[in-house]
Write a protein that binds this ligand. Structure first.
Ligand code: SAH
Ligand code: SF4
Ligand code: F3S
Length: 473
């Protein structure tokens, strides 16, 4: 087999990151090796996102940049996959002449065959079929060349919730859960390859297995918790309406489950929540937050908010700000509402102007900044158990240079806070810090989006507290 190079450009959520890894696995069987250089590639795949207008625009600007390359190298194959591909189908071929292949969100298993056909016949193909069952790739994911200690695992596809602003049910299809045994096999395989932490992915993981009667999410978590060698489990996203008592108590019972939940609220106004078709009220949301904190006092809670949803008055917007003040989220992703194809809210009246949306977004960001900083500051002086994910961004850029104590590492706390630290030569047990190791860190300084700390030798920690996720010294 002749060695060929593939470049994969991923836009969008973690599910797309996982899908891109599956795409890489499939391409490997055709002899493609991943490259980070567009110029040397024989195949370019863009894995796309349609969640907001801006994400969709990114796809077309990236494709536009490929015109020159295709001009220089006509045999180059350009494929567009993911949510915009699913949404646009054959229209994409018309709109972007340099594209050879459009493959939808359910076509990843068929991708190797499609690419092969194009390479031989030099034809253009559109495959946006939406079968109602999961077509598993028969290759267990290990093809990602970069060794990582933390990986995503998709446990379900699609969504049945039809929130009125959202394109996902149209581009990812109906909710389907994967067989628990396949998920467990995949995670065992990742652990055997050195992975220490998995993040389970689904649009609404709380309803995992419910439709199929396969299992439940808390049961799946318990089985994953039993996998030897795995240190940490995370998941995203939880829909507040389906957050059950069983799942909440998993934060108390499962030792590997990290103390963080992403629980998108979207709005603090009951009128808007109803128009969004979210099926919970502000009061129910707050009740669940209180319950979670009761069960797991140090749990970090993050969320998503949409500003400027059609019909959102100044009063409704104030309710969102008040909710942010009441909950004090550890982190918040805020978005300006944008119309999406097929989504019901696109047809709603009382649209909010761009200027107003921008102002509301800024207010949310400013308010949240205050709480993010406050939460991080509260950790100054505390000891945290972190999983070392690798060299810090700065260090990766600079490469290994200088003395061991100048090497800067990065990891995360159970509560998902990023911590950077220098290897500490003075502490004998830390001269050999490695990726994938859990290390106690004393937090020295908090910044708005990360913490700075130093490793602490385990011998200095009281015996009863060794291995504890965090305690204030
Ligand atoms: N399944 C997840 C959300 C996935 S989309 C859930 O239900 O929580 C990620 C986030 O994008 C959403 O939480 C929402 O805040 C935002 N979003 C989705 N559609 C949007 C739109 N049309 N305009 C602005 N933000 C949107
Ligand atoms: Fe979209 Fe709602 Fe489904 Fe989340 S739950 S993916 S916001 S429709
Ligand atoms: Fe985007 Fe599709 Fe994910 S629309 S957010 S890539 S499910």
């Amino acid at each position: 087999m002749m060695l060929k190079y593939a470049y994969i450009h991923t836009i969008g959520c973690q599910m797309n990151v996982y899908d891109s890894e599956q795409i890489a696995n499939g391409l490997k069987t055709l002899g493609y090796q991943l490259t980070s250089s567009l110029e040397t590639s024989d195949l370019i795949i863009v894995n796309t996102c349609s969640i907001r207008e801006k994400a969709e625009q990114k796809v077309f600007s990236f494709l536009g940049r490929l015109d020159r390359l295709k001009g220089l190298k006509p045999e180059l194959i350009i494929g567009v996959g993911g949510c915009v591909a699913q949404q646009e189908g054959a229209k994409l071929l018309e709109r972007v002449p340099n594209v050879d292949l459009v493959f939808g969100t359910k076509a990843i298993g068929r991708l190797p065959g499609l690419v092969e056909k194009i390479a031989v016949k030099r034809c253009r193909i559109v495959d946006v079929k939406m079968p109602e069952k999961i077509e598993e790739l028969n290759i267990l994911s290990d093809a990602v060349d970069e060794k990582k200690v933390t990986r995503f695992v998709t446990i379900m596809q699609g969504c049945d919730n039809y929130c009125s602003y959202c394109v996902v049910p149209y581009v990812r299809g109906k909710e389907i859960s994967r067989d628990p045994n396949r998920i467990l096999d995949e995670i065992r395989n990742l652990v055997a390859a050195g992975v220490k932490e998995v993040t389970l992915l689904g649009q609404n993981v709380n309803s995992y297995g419910r439709k199929e009667g396969l299992s439940t999410f808390p049961r799946l978590l318990t089985q994953i918790n039993d996998i030897e060698g795995l240190l940490r489990i995370r998941f995203t996203t939880s829909h507040p309406k389906d957050l059950s008592d069983d799942l909440m108590s998993a934060f108390r019972h499962l030792d590997k489950l990290c103390h963080h939940i992403h629980l998108p609220v979207q709005s603090g106004s009951n009128k808007i929540l109803q128009r969004m078709n979210r099926k919970y009220s502000r009061e129910i949301y707050l009740e669940k937050v209180d319950k979670l904190r009761n069960i797991c006092p140090d749990i970090a809670i993050t969320s998503d908010i949409i500003v400027g949803f059609p019909g959102e008055t100044a009063h409704d917007f104030k309710s969102s700000l008040n909710l942010i003040r009441r909950v004090e989220f550890d982190g918040l992703y805020a978005f300006k509402y944008s119309d999406r194809p097929n989504a019901a809210a696109t047809r709603f009246s009382q649209k909010i102007g761009e200027k107003e949306k921008k102002e509301r977004l800024q207010q949310v960001l400013d308010l949240q900044d205050h709480y993010t900083t406050k939460k991080n500051k509260a950790l100054e002086g505390s000891l945290q158990l972190i999983l070392v994910e690798g060299l810090s961004k700065k260090q990766r850029k600079a490469g290994f240079q200088g003395k061991a104590r100048d090497i800067q590492w990065t990891g995360r706390t159970s509560t998902n806070k990023a911590v950077n630290f220098f290897q500490n030569e003075d502490v004998a047990s830390f001269t050999n810090i490695t990726q994938g190791q859990e290390v106690h860190i004393r937090v020295i300084k908090a910044f708005s989006h990360s913490l700075w700390g130093e490793p602490v030798s385990v011998e200095t920690i009281p015996i009863g507290l060794r291995g504890e996720e965090s305690y204030v010294a």
